[in-house]
Design a protein around this ligand. Structure first.
Ligand code: CO
Length: 208
C-alpha cells in the first residue's frame, strides 16, 4: 500500500466534512460527548464506527485481540473507567465477530509466545462452558458459539468492575453483547440476560 493514498484520502475527507458543515472541525475541537463505549476486536475487518454508521464524537472505542475485558489489563480498565466515570456513557458494548483469529487460536494447541497469557483468557471461557461447547459436533458451529460465549463472559467481566456497578445503580448504565457477522455484515444483538447474570455474580463480585 502506498501511504500517500492515506494523506490524499484525508484531504478528500476534510473537503467532504466542510461541504456539509463549514464549522465541522471547530465543533469537533470543542470536546466529546459520546453515549457509547465500544469494545471490539483489533481485526482489520471490524471497523467499529463504520459498521455502526457512526461518526467522530459519537463512540468511544477500545480494540484489542478478541475484544477482551481483562481485570488486570491497565489499558482496557483505564478505558472503561474513563468512559463510564468521566464521559458518563450510557451504553457499554462488547462486540465480538465470527471468524475471529484470536478465538480460533485459543481453540488450538500451539505455543504462541507472548500471546499465550492473552489467549488463555479465552481458554478460560471455553473451560467455563466446556459442557455446552463439547456437545457441539460441527467445528464451525462450536467456533461461532465460543465467539458468542466469549462476548458474554467479557460482559460479565465488565460487571465485575466498581465503575460499571456504580453506574448501573446510579444512572442505569446498560451493558450489551453483540457479534458482527463478517460473512453478511450484520450486527447481531445477543440479547444477553444481564438481570439473571447480575443476580448470579453479584453475590461474589459485589463491590459497591
Ligand atoms: Co477477532
Amino acid at each position: 500500500m502506498n501511504l500517500d493514498r492515506v494523506f490524499e484520502n484525508n484531504e478528500g475527507w476534510i473537503k467532504d466534512k466542510l461541504t456539509l458543515n463549514p464549522n465541522y472541525f471547530e465543533e469537533l475541537g470543542e470536546g466529546q460527548n459520546p453515549e457509547l463505549l465500544f469494545i471490539g476486536c483489533s481485526d482489520s475487518r471490524v471497523t467499529a464506527e463504520e459498521l455502526m454508521g457512526l461518526g467522530p464524537g459519537e463512540v468511544f472505542v477500545h480494540r484489542n485481540i478478541a475484544n477482551m475485558v481483562i481485570g488486570t489489563d491497565l489499558n482496557v480498565m483505564s478505558v472503561v473507567e474513563y468512559a463510564v466515570v468521566h464521559l458518563k456513557v450510557n451504553h457499554v458494548v462488547v462486540c465480538g465477530h465470527f471468524a475471529c483469529g484470536g478465538v480460533k487460536a485459543a481453540m488450538q494447541s500451539a505455543d504462541l509466545g507472548i500471546l499465550n497469557p492473552w489467549l488463555r483468557n479465552i481458554r478460560d471461557v471455553y473451560r467455563i462452558h466446556k459442557t455446552e461447547l463439547n456437545a457441539i459436533d460441527c467445528e464451525e458451529k462450536k467456533y461461532d458459539r465460543l465467539v458468542e460465549l466469549n462476548v458474554q463472559e467479557q460482559c460479565v467481566n465488565l460487571i465485575k468492575t466498581a465503575a460499571v456497578q456504580k453506574a448501573f445503580r446510579d444512572r442505569g448504565l446498560k451493558v450489551h453483547g453483540w457479534v458482527f457477522d463478517i460473512h453478511t455484515g450484520k450486527l447481531i444483538d445477543l440479547k444477553i440476560d444481564f438481570d439473571a447474570i447480575l443476580k448470579n455474580i453479584m453475590e461474589i463480585y459485589h463491590l459497591d
